[in-house]
Design a protein around this ligand. Structure first.
Ligand code: ACM
Ligand code: ZN
Length: 511
């Protein structure tokens, strides 16, 4: 049965059922009818495809036996059933009708959080691109789209609270001196449209405002938010920047509160991502306000100052009824509010701090760079490695029930157009989607065989992808791709960025 992610249980029951223009789709959910009408159908046997709310121990049950019947306790489950049916229809389609193998499928997810992240800062992607990505996420039963909205290179949402963010914090002059301006942001109407489109497909859109590092765009728009008050320009470089938000200036907390309020109103998601990664502390070490705040609050070092800062921002999020998510560095103060979910991307070879947090009950989303960073070339993170990665494997079994799920992030430093975006994302997103959803043993060959059907749907949607063979390059090609990726990253500022990384790590115990 060519379905991705693989259903929990499926059984062929013999014979086939024809899905055609004469199949009456009996369903209260318009978007399901829309999704199932994705091919042109000819007239055929008159039968029905019924979607009904009912009692089941599964997310949904799908029966094909002359008619099609989907039962679920929730509309979300009915939608998931429809996505399975959509794949079966595509697989069985020929000459205007689809012949479906009769079967019974009982399905449910392994993890509650199945997510894809898109960075729309380093390069901007508009609402239509984002909506077409949502189509694919829905098809493979992912339920979260995390949008990285702010970083050193720009602020990517319309702000009425601080229009200066769009005036000054939008257009960077180029990338490493190439003179090609890069800008763009989502209007509030764009966001509403994306959120509605995703919500119709049971996908939550989680905004991320990265704080207190990766905030040059805020300082460009409002220099007073920095430790030095200097006027900067958006950077044309990537990597870690030492220019960060002042944690000692009281008024900054008010600005952050206003920004978060504005975004929380736009994004109805349960979660709100606060960033917290890669925060060099040099400016804080040399700032009177930061230092006097540390003294006043009895904070031992700048790491604790980040903890203090983050907890204050979390308080605002809580008042807005949001659950915070932070990147794993935000744990390192050892004082992070318990409510914050930690997104694990990189925590030293032994992952000791995230392991410890998990053991103590912290909720974790697994996005480890290898193999889940799909901005990396396939030679570094192949489709096969993304598929085979077991998200509990870094943690020795301790507290693994606290793993909420998985996310595959796509950073866009080196992704400037939609074609590249699709080729980086697909089919690796499908591998992570299957890990997030499916239970039981993995078999890459079996996954790849089922995958071609989904890739056919992408072709029908004119969405690009990399052929699975190319997504698993041989060792020589893999080494070449890896070398090229790193050589491309090297410039004088990469060295500065490395220094900043050292500063970000300073004072923390290494593992
Ligand atoms: C990250 O990749 N800096 C979270
Ligand atoms: Zn400061």
């Amino acid at each position: 049965m060519n379905v991705v992610p693989k259903p929990f249980e499926s059984k062929l029951t013999g014979g086939t059922t024809r899905f055609s223009a004469s199949t009456r789709v009996d369903c209260q959910i318009d978007v399901i009818k829309e999704e199932l009408g994705f091919l042109d159908y000819e007239e055929g046997d008159a039968n029905t495809a019924t979607f009904e709310i009912g009692q089941t121990d599964y997310d949904y049950e799908l029966t094909i036996d002359g008619n099609v019947n989907v039962v679920s306790a929730t509309n979300e489950g009915l939608f998931h059933g429809a996505m399975t049916l959509k794949q079966l229809i595509f697989d069985g389609y020929h000459e205007g009708v689809a012949d479906l193998d009769n079967c019974v499928i009982k399905d449910k997810p392994r993890f509650e959080h199945r997510s894809f992240m898109l960075d729309i800062v380093r390069h901007f992607f508009d609402k239509d691109v984002i909506k077409s990505l949502i189509d694919v996420l829905a098809l493979v039963k992912m339920n979260t789209l995390h949008l990285h909205l702010s970083d050193n290179q720009g602020y990517r949402v319309e702000s009425q609270a601080y229009p200066v963010l769009n005036e000054k914090g939008n257009l960077r002059k180029g990338t490493r001196g190439d003179g090609i301006p890069v800008g763009g942001y989502l209007t509030k109407d764009d966001v509403r449209e994306i959120v509605r489109y995703a919500g119709d497909r049971f996908i939550d859109v989680v905004p991320e405002v990265d704080l207190p590092g990766h905030t040059l765009e805020l300082l460009v728009a409002m220099p007073e938010l920095g430790c030095t008050g200097e006027q900067f320009e958006l950077t044309e470089r990537y990597g870690i920047d030492h220019r960060i938000l002042c944690a000692g200036r009281e008024e900054n907390y008010e600005v952050i509160e206003n920004l978060l309020k504005e975004l929380a109103e736009l994004f109805p998601s349960k979660y709100f991502h606060l960033g917290g990664d890669e925060v060099p502390k040099t400016q804080w070490q040399n700032c009177e306000k930061c230092q006097s705040t540390m003294k006043r609050e009895g904070l031992k070092n700048e790491e604790e100052l980040q903890g203090y800062f983050t907890n204050r921002v979390i308080k605002v999020l809580k008042s807005l009824d949001k659950t915070p998510i932070v990147w794993n560095e935000a744990l390192y103060s050892n004082m992070l509010d318990d409510s914050a979910v930690c997104q694990f991307w990189s925590d030293g070879r032994k992952c000791l701090r995230v392991r410890d947090a998990l053991k103590k009950g912290r909720k974790i989303i697994v996005s480890r760079t290898n193999p889940y960073y799909i901005d990396y070339p396939h030679g570094m993170n192949s489709l096969r490695s993304a598929y085979n990665f077991e998200p509990t494997s870094p943690f020795n079994g301790d507290g693994i029930e606290n793993i909420l799920g998985v996310e595959t992030p796509l950073w866009t430093e080196w992704v400037a157009d939609v074609d590249k975006l699709h080729r980086q994302a697909f089919p690796r997103v499908m591998a992570v989607a299957e890990t997030g959803w499916s239970t039981g043993d993995k078999n890459y060959k079996d996954f790849e065989e089922r995958l071609y059907n989904v890739l056919g749907i992408l072709e029908a949607y004119e969405i690009g992808y990399v052929h699975p063979q190319k997504a698993n390059p041989n060792p020589i090609k893999a080494a070449g791709q890896t070398l090229k990726f790193f050589i491309n990253m090297i410039d004088v500022d990469a060295i500065r960025s490395l220094k900043n990384m050292q500063n970000a790590k300073k004072g923390r115990k290494s593992n």
